[in-house]
Design a protein around this ligand. Structure first.
Ligand SMILES: Cc1ncc(COP(=O)(O)O)c(C=O)c1O
Length: 416
């Protein structure tokens, strides 16, 4: 059997496919000795799970709610009641001038990025070819293989600020950063997967200014940000204007199984996404939207995110960072300042093997992490730093996180 060029491209090995394979195998094996520090699954927070269960029971109890949720296709932009409630919430909470015409739902935000990147980059009718610019790599592994055309991404190395004895922070290197006519859109995740970085308000303002000046959108991946799930431990001004495309998701709120992505953008972009939804999915799933509807209508989604989700992950982050500091004491390591998301980004200076080899060694010992080299989509130049980092997820069972970190320490000590 032979696949088309499309088939060849999308069946080639990729970081995100490897990650999801690891995740699926780990779930299927249900092996208690496995330390799953590799995936992006949110934690199962009991208060939240009780809330989702309660919502589901309400849906089952109220006549016709369940039947409508499973028995109808929504519109191509997604569940109308949810969109209307969300527009109101965003206007109220942040003063964003958004209405229903500014919002589309997608089958998870992963799907939104595939559509957005291919809308704004690739071959254009005038014969030009444009790319998506990631102004700061490392960036989310899931972007890397989502271009229909080869070579659709370009990225820039960051500036590195060292902080104290064992932390560091990446900053956008604005020196020499220019947006040429070859850039179709700029994209950042904030908080950033894999590093937990939160780009500063000043960095965002500058990127926004540059994107506007060039007439291209600034895409902000807010999968971990405010107003939900609010896995963010630092002050950051939420940001939207008619040149930005803000992507939200219900996944890290605790509903990754519902596959609900949310895009907030100017109406032209929303209409394009609705068209793509129609072609790719007919309509996005209404399951997550129905489950979360009352939480959005009442504003409860914001309270829960602030009062339950943020403190929960902050405590988990501090605990994991503490373990890492104990296990790696004396080794030449630094951790990216954890400002949000579910990960610690560990940098081992002059690591004598590649992070990919470290991943393999850890996997042999039943510890799954992600090798750092996958997180530099579009960065063409060689840079030793990209082989010196791994991403460690701290959202899973504390006992497994602690054991995994201990084994990471043991493996690293063999190398130094
Ligand atoms: C930064 C970032 N963006 C987007 C996604 C995609 O999430 P989903 O498709 O579940 O909304 C993820 C998932 O881990 C992520 O970490």
């Amino acid at each position: 059997m032979e696949f088309s060029a499309f088939g060849e491209k999308f069946t080639a090995p990729s970081g995100i496919a490897e990650l999801m394979d690891d995740l699926g195998a780990a779930l299927a094996a249900a092996d208690p000795s496995l330390c799953m520090l590799g995936g992006g699954n949110p934690a199962h927070i009991p208060t939240l799970q009780a809330l989702f269960r309660h919502r589901m029971e309400e849906i089952l109890r109220i006549p016709q709610q369940f039947e409508r949720m499973v028995g109808n296709y929504d519109a191509a932009t997604g569940n109308a009641a949810f969109i209307s409630a969300l527009a109101e919430l965003l206007a109220q909470e942040f003063g964003w001038p958004v209405g229903e015409e500014n919002i589309a739902l997608t089958t998870g935000s992963q799907n939104a990025f595939f559509c957005l990147f291919n809308l704004f980059a690739g071959a254009f009718a005038d014969g030009s070819f444009k790319k998506i610019l990631f102004p700061l790599a490392p960036e989310y592994i899931g972007y890397a293989d989502s271009g229909l055309a080869p070579g659709m991404f370009t990225a820039r190395r960051p500036e590195i600020e060292t902080i104290g004895s064992d932390l560091f922070k990446y900053h956008v290197d604005f020196s020499g950063l220019e947006l040429s006519h070859r850039i179709g859109a700029v994209c950042v995740s904030r908080p950033t997967n894999p590093t937990g970085n939160v780009l500063t308000d000043q960095e965002m303002a500058r990127l926004d200014e540059m994107a506007r000046a060039c007439g291209v959108p600034l895409i902000i991946d807010n999968a971990y940000g405010t107003p939900f799930p609010n896995v963010i431990f630092t002050r950051a001004r939420p940001f939207w204007n008619d040149n930005t495309v803000v992507c939200l998701s219900l996944s890290k709120f605790g509903l990754p199984g519902c596959r609900t992505g949310i895009v907030i953008a100017r109406p032209e972009i929303i209409r394009a996404l609705a068209n793509l939804n129609g072609i790719l999915n007919l309509a996005p799933s209404g399951f997550g939207a129905t489950l979360a509807l009352e939480l959005v209508r009442s504003g409860e989604i914001i309270r829960v995110s602030r009062e339950i989700i943020e403190p929960y992950y902050r405590a988990r982050m501090e605990q994991a960072l503490g373990w890492l500091r104990e296990e790696l004491a004396g080794l030449p390591y630094r951790v990216h300042k954890p400002e949000g998301a579910l990960f610690l980004w560990l940098w081992v200076k002059e690591l004598p093997i590649s992070s990919r080899e470290l991943y393999v060694r850890l996997k042999r010992r039943n510890v799954l992490v992600i090798a750092g080299e996958y997180f530099f989509p579009g960065l063409a130049e060689e840079w030793p730093h990209r082989h010196e980092c791994i991403r460690i997820t701290y959202s899973q069972e504390p006992e497994a996180v602690q054991r995994g970190i201990r084994i990471i320490g043991e493996e690293l000590r063999r190398l130094f």
